[in-house]
Write a protein that binds this ligand. Structure first.
Ligand code: SF4
Ligand code: SF4
Length: 411
């Protein structure tokens, strides 16, 4: 007899309500779903303990995959149980406070506050020492964390000259450090070469090389994925030589589209899974210290995190080759090499980043919001073809731009 039939109606309703509250509704009358805590335990057991590596000048031991303040709560909790100890964008917890599993053991976790320019966006806004100090203080209170281990300059500098000429972010960090509210300085770096709104913008790799030589920042987050990228590879070698920390982001280039292509998935070598192969490659076959990878639920968490620190098998290596070839045909690596050559200053990389959010991350809302906020959209492209020869992937840029506009342009 099913559970509910043996209960008096009141007991049944009580149990039903409790089940709904616990997020277990949906299969109450069939085989019961395991409780949330059990599913988290099960996921953590499947993944196991994540290896750690020293990060940057501080040599702090950091898990090979790092967590994020915008991660869903179940995978975040499972990640913590597997030893994930670095939390990017921890200020995202400002609304409801940091998770209990972090607050209970605050010193065991490294929490990062992500700080944006003010008075505009990452292209038009300015570095403002006082505003950054106020923001970090407010976030330390609202998250309940009390302090942040890392203060990150979000989007980074526009060019190498700005690294030296505008020290406002560094001064804000030094003031907060004296008060015990932050400990290490880091940045995430996007590319600004050819940006129509940033005078003298340079690529992420050029700026990062200047940051490493400057010696004030401890580590950086930057876009990195499979495929040849000589400029970023050069920066990675420099970083490794100098002991500067490196964390890859936007790593799963084109993967969402591949997963939806049944023929592509069926052609992958037996026993491989795209995110698992990606993580094996990132954590054992590159010069990176760590990586951030978006996972939306416990299933994705298991597939992805279980690859951390494990060597690539021959089948995984073949899967990476196939993924690279497919991504090179479809998904922009956001290098900005094409942009300085566009006579109309079309923000090609930003537009194709929106495409990745929509088609690979399945986040149409974010993609539409970002696309709608761009100062120039894909319909500014005159299809002149000047950019084509500058793309290392040989992407059909005007065609891709037109497709993005059809997808996100709202007309
Ligand atoms: S094809 Fe479009 S994006 Fe490329 S250079 Fe010409 S106008 Fe710019
Ligand atoms: S379109 Fe090509 S050159 Fe332009 S940012 Fe993307 S990968 Fe780089």
């Amino acid at each position: 007899m099913n559970d509910h039939r043996s209960l008096k109606r009141r007991e049944f309703l009580g149990r039903t309500t409790a089940a709904v509250a616990a997020g277990l509704a949906g299969r109450l009358f069939g085989k019961p779903l395991p409780a949330r805590a059990d599913r988290i335990d099960e996921a953590a057991a499947k993944v196991g303990r994540l290896p750690r590596r020293p990060l940057g000048y501080s040599r702090r031991e950091v898990s090979l995959l790092v967590g994020s303040g915008d991660m869903a709560s179940a995978p975040a909790e499972a990640a913590a149980r597997c030893g994930v100890n670095y939390w990017h964008k921890a200020n995202q917890w400002a609304r409801d406070g940091a998770p209990a599993f972090i607050l209970k053991n605050r010193e065991a976790h490294l929490c990062q506050v992500t700080v944006d320019r003010i008075g505009g966006n990452h292209e038009t806004g300015r570095i403002d020492e006082d505003a950054h100090v106020d923001f970090v203080k407010e976030m330390a209170k609202r998250t309940g964390l009390g302090y942040f281990d890392d203060m990150q300059f979000h989007y980074g500098y526009h060019n190498a000259r700005e690294v030296k000429s505008d020290r406002g972010f560094v001064r804000a960090f030094e003031r907060l450090k004296k008060e015990g509210l932050v400990r290490h300085l880091c940045l995430s770096q996007h590319g600004y070469a050819g940006s129509g709104r940033v005078k003298g913008g340079e690529s992420a790799a050029e700026v990062l090389a200047a940051v490493v030589e400057d010696g004030l920042y401890e580590h950086a987050q930057f876009m990195y994925s499979y495929g040849q990228d000589a400029e970023t590879a050069g920066f990675l070698s420099l970083a490794r030589k100098k002991g500067f920390g490196t964390v890859a982001m936007k790593t799963s280039r084109g993967l969402g589209r591949m997963r939806q292509d049944k023929a592509f998935m069926a052609g992958l070598p037996v026993g491989t899974a795209p995110h698992n192969a990606l993580v094996r490659w990132l954590t054992t076959a590159t010069e990176l210290d760590a990586a951030v990878i978006r996972v939306r639920n416990l299933d994705e968490f298991i597939e992805t995190f279980s690859g951390a620190g494990k060597s690539l098998t021959a089948a995984d290596a073949r899967a990476i080759e196939m993924m690279t070839a497919r991504a090179d045909e479809t998904a922009c690596r956001l290098c900005t090499a094409c942009q300085p050559h566009c006579p109309r200053s079309v923000p090609i990389a930003d537009i194709l980043r929106c495409e990745r959010y929509a088609l690979d991350d399945g986040d149409g809302e974010k993609a539409r919001a970002l696309y709608g906020g761009l100062y120039r959209r894909a319909d500014a492209c005159a299809a002149c073809g000047t950019c084509l020869s500058h793309c290392p992937q040989g992407l059909p840029i005007p065609d891709r731009l037109a497709a993005v506009h059809r997808l996100l342009g709202g007309s």
